[in-house]
Ligand binder design. Structure first.
Ligand code: ADP
Length: 183
């Protein structure tokens, strides 16, 4: 299966991605991880990406699309994969669709994990990390909403979108995801 996972910071995306990739036995493709690796290895893309990442901006689509395209050619992706943190823009979503359509392996589902803003604020404050103040959390939530709203519309128009209530326990949320995927 090929799955895109979308969710705001603190929604439990990391936990649910790990459970789901294990259940489906597919690789977990996190563009954040891939970009950090490219930066560490000082590849051409890595050097270009570093500037954007250090200032908290999105890395331009062509670099991200290239890095994902290279990863998708690895043999372990033949049985599917879970995309985490990608696509983040409409351009990336369209590129991904084109790539997968050409390969004859379209997306099977897009899972949106939805948790309301107040609950997220409480969860993130509970973690007690230094960068988790109320103001930065609210700002990140707004950025997320602005950034992903067009993607939600895009995927809902293709019929792939499955919106999951992420407010329950880890187990409850995972059950709901499995149900939505028929797994
Ligand atoms: P976070 O969850 O904190 O946003 P990520 O690990 O997903 O962290 O991403 C870290 C950084 O990598 C982002 O701030 C951005 O600069 C870059 N990045 C990751 N994924 C993408 C993407 N799909 N498009 C553009 N930039 C990305």
């Amino acid at each position: 299966m090929r799955i895109v996972f979308i969710g705001p910071p603190g929604a439990g995306k990391g936990t649910q991605s790990a459970l789901l990739t294990e259940l489906l036995d597919i690789p977990h493709l996190s563009t954040g991880d891939m970009l950090r690796e490219a930066v560490a290895k000082e590849t051409t893309v890595g050097r270009l990406a570093a500037e954007y990442m250090n200032s908290g901006r999105l890395v331009p689509d062509p670099f991200v699309v290239q890095i994902v395209g290279e990863r998708l050619q690895q043999p372990d992706c033949e049985r599917g994969c879970l995309f985490d943190g990608f696509p983040r823009t409409l351009g990336q979503a369209r590129s991904l669709d084109e790539y997968l359509a050409a390969a004859g392996t379209p997306l099977d589902a897009v899972i949106e994990l939805r948790v309301d803003e107040d609950q997220l604020v409480n969860r993130l404050l509970g973690r007690g990390r230094d960068d988790d103040s109320i103001d930065t959390i609210r700002q990140r939530f707004r950025d997320y909403t602005t950034m992903t709203a067009p993607l939600i519309d895009y995927y809902s128009s293709t019929g792939l979108l499955r919106t999951i209530d992420g407010s329950g326990t880890t187990n409850e949320v995972f059950k709901a995801i499995r149900k939505a995927l028929g797994k």
